[in-house]
Design a protein around this ligand. Sequence first.
Ligand code: ATP
Length: 315
Amino acid sequence: MITTITLNPSVDRRYVVQDFQVGNLFRTHQFEATAGGKGLNVARVIKQFGEDVLTTGFIGGKNGEFILEQLTEQGIKNDFIQITGETRNCIAILSKDVVQTEILESGPKVTSEQIELFLQKYERILQDSSVLVASGSLPEGVPESMYYELIIRAKKKGKPFILDTSGSALREGLNASPFLIKPNKSELELLMNRPIESEEEIIKAAKEISQNGVEFVVVSLGSDGAIIIHKDLGYKVKIPKIEVKNPVGSGDSMVAGLAIGLYKNYGIEDMLKLGVACGTANAMEIGTGQIRKANVESMFKNVKVEKIKVLNSLK
Ligand code: ATP
């Protein structure tokens, strides 16, 4: 089983307002609320692909109940720690030309007792999980070192851990050398604290990270596909042109594909292809963190992986 960890889930409320502008009043019939937070998107895509998935984290209040109902309806197993605060809302306004405006609540405060309960639950979950995926921000009260702690515990049990977060949560998590990380270009720039423009600069930055023990550094590049560093090897994955409906959640879908590839013991190139195929299949849908398996399968046949040169100048 694959387990996805969402410590700060959300109810994602999406409104379609074609002519959206700041300071005006708009009415819309096109809106929906879904169980969200990056790890829940990952879980949904894994499930839509047809694989067994469990999702965990902290959840509370009416929004928490809504999320649990949705997960149950979608057949996604869940085992959360209940907290007293209310799970947050994240609002996205989709306007013309696929422009998205987002307002993200910071989320409820988690207590040290709730963190301890989560860690006890996590030890049990680790026994039954083959691959762990942690995504997104940390809620208030949870220390920056949380992902570090989760990765170390997974490593002790020999379980690969995929970390998809940013900022200081990523920086701290990297000290435990997760198996795979998937920054996009701006997350990579934030991490390296320098602008990264060219392919050479992406490769150099990814190589620096991989030399600290991260097995796979997957840099996602939107419609330009991805560049991946694995030890001394480098790969570039290119995608065909598609009709983009909504690329939001493509990163989470890509993580889902990588986790499935890992879980199913795919070879490196096929695992990377499946990740990119899931990301691209999500961009073909209007919903966030949604794929159609048939689209993933056709993308899998059409994405191209090539080996790229990685200079070992840092050795
Ligand atoms: P998000 O934060 O919205 O989840 P991200 O910034 O983490 O996304 P991206 O680099 O935008 O991740 O996308 C991940 C993968 O999804 C890409 O490598 C690519 O395969 C696919 N993808 C994203 N945007 C597009 C697009 N416009 N056209 C085709 N494929 C796309």
